[in-house]
Each structure stands twice: as structure tokens, then as C-alpha cells.
Design a protein around this ligand. Structure first.
Ligand code: GTP
Ligand code: MG
Length: 225
């Protein structure tokens, strides 16, 4: 192994990070880490632009937007460390780039279920976009009722040093699915609730009702058009 590869693969400041009380602060200040996070920011900008272009063109042609809103986020150093730990991965650049696929995240909120599939197809058919993974939690909802279409895509960014391929997690869901997921997310952080099973069941029922309403609303839109 040449020296540079070895240096990058060796867990950076591994001991410092392991023994620190605030390891995320140490990680956040490692130059290689900061550079990588900057590259993920660039990847998010690229995908964001692609989505805005699709939305503009669609609204020009059909006088309506298939994308209601877009939210982007870079995983925090604390959350990155937590996930590396959970997956038993060493703290190094290689783990971040090849072990984690959700450092750059984009959530696309669409008005209707068919918009999700249209936007996903138009995005993944672009010749500089490669689909690494696809999980359809709309056709196959999670047991708790969670619905969304998840894509891991790889796109090139163009840096002064050359072209680099970056992974981005894209979550597509309807406004209604997002409404449900935000409440479910709150429940996850309150797992010690006494009646959590009952709440989970009620949430599951809501997810199913919401899925029905989504399809009904889509049918109404088709009748209006
Ligand atoms: P993570 O380790 O959480 O990233 O999950 P994973 O690698 O198994 O991937 P998956 O595609 O199942 O989930 C990725 C992301 O989707 C999560 O980080 C959440 O943002 C979202 N997600 C998945 N399942 C649920 C769920 O049941 N409820 C909510 N609110 N969000 C979910
Ligand atoms: Mg995640």
C-alpha cells in the first residue's frame, strides 16, 4: 500500500476520538473530514439543481409542480460517529465514503404518489446519475406504516483536483407521508412511553388511512385535469 492510501485508511486521530468526551468536536476539525463534508455539500447542490430544473420544466409544461418542497441536510459529526459505532466501522475516511451512504441527504416532498415515481425516474435516467440502491417503502411499507421511496444515487462533482463521484441519499414522499413520518420520528425519541404499543398501532392505522387519502386525492386530480 502506498503511503497516501495508508494515511487515509488509518483511522484519523482514532485514540483521541475514542477517549474524548466530545469526539464529534475533534472529528469536525479534522481537515480531511472538513474537506469531505464540503464535497458532500457540493453533491447536494448538484442534485438540488437537477430537481429544481425538473420542477421548472414540468411546471412550464403542465402548469403544476411535481415537487412541493426540498429539504437537504449533511449528517452531523455526532450522528456520523454514532452510526460508525453502531456498524462497528473504524473512524476513517474510507468508512465514511464506502460504509455510510447517507452523509448527504435530500428529502423531496411531492403532492401526489405518481409524482414521486415520475421525479425518481427522471432523475435516475440522467446519464450522470447512477442508482446504487433503491428501496420502495411505498409498494412495501414498513411494519410500522412508514412509506417513502429511498434512493442512493452517485453523481459526479467537478473539483479543481478533478472529477469525484459522491453518494447521496434521496428520500421521496408525499406531503401526507411526510406529515406521518414527522410524528413517527417524535415517537421514536419517546420510546419509554407507557402506552407506546397502543400509539404505534394508532400510528399504523393513520399511515394506512393516509395512503388511501393520497390515492383518492390523486384520482380527484386526474378527474380535474
Ligand atoms: P438508517 O441507519 O436509519 O439510515 O437506516 P437504514 O440504513 O436501514 O436505511 P433505511 O432506508 O431503512 O432508512 C433511512 C432513513 O429513512 C432513516 O434515517 C430515516 O430518515 C428514514 N426512515 C426509515 N424508516 C423510518 C421510519 O420508520 N420512520 C421515520 N420517521 N423515518 C424512517
Ligand atoms: Mg439515515
Amino acid at each position: 500500500m502506498d503511503k497516501i492510501t495508508e494515511e487515509v485508511l488509518i483511522p484519523f486521530l482514532f485514540e483521541d476520538i475514542k477517549t474524548s468526551e466530545r469526539p464529534e468536536i475533534i472529528l469536525a476539525n479534522v481537515p480531511e473530514f472538513k474537506e469531505l463534508m464540503m464535497q458532500y455539500e457540493c453533491a447536494i447542490m448538484e442534485v438540488n439543481t437537477k430537481l429544481h430544473v425538473l420542477n421548472n420544466e414540468f411546471s412550464h409544461m403542465y402548469q403544476r409542480n411535481p415537487i412541493e418542497s426540498i429539504k437537504t441536510r449533511i449528517k452531523t459529526p455526532a450522528s456520523i460517529l454514532e452510526k460508525l459505532n453502531r456498524r462497528n466501522l473504524p473512524i476513517c475516511i474510507d468508512s465514511l465514503e464506502n460504509g455510510l451512504t447517507d452523509i448527504a441527504g435530500i428529502r423531496v416532498i411531492c403532492p401526489f404518489p405518481d409524482d414521486i415515481y415520475n421525479v425518481a425516474e427522471l432523475l435516475t435516467n440522467q446519464d450522470d446519475v447512477m442508482t446504487v440502491a433503491r428501496k420502495d417503502y411505498i409498494k412495501n411499507p414498513k411494519k410500522n406504516g412508514y412509506r417513502s421511496l429511498h434512493l442512493i444515487i452517485e453523481i459526479p462533482i467537478f473539483l479543481a483536483s478533478g472529477k469525484k463521484h459522491m453518494k447521496v441519499e434521496v428520500q421521496l414522499r408525499t406531503i401526507a407521508m411526510d406529515f406521518w413520518a414527522s410524528l413517527d420520528h417524535k415517537l421514536r425519541y419517546k420510546q419509554n412511553l407507557k402506552n407506546s404499543e397502543e400509539i404505534a398501532l394508532e400510528l399504523r392505522e393513520c399511515a394506512d388511512i393516509i395512503a388511501g387519502v393520497d390515492l383518492k386525492m390523486q384520482n380527484i386530480r386526474k378527474k380535474i385535469q
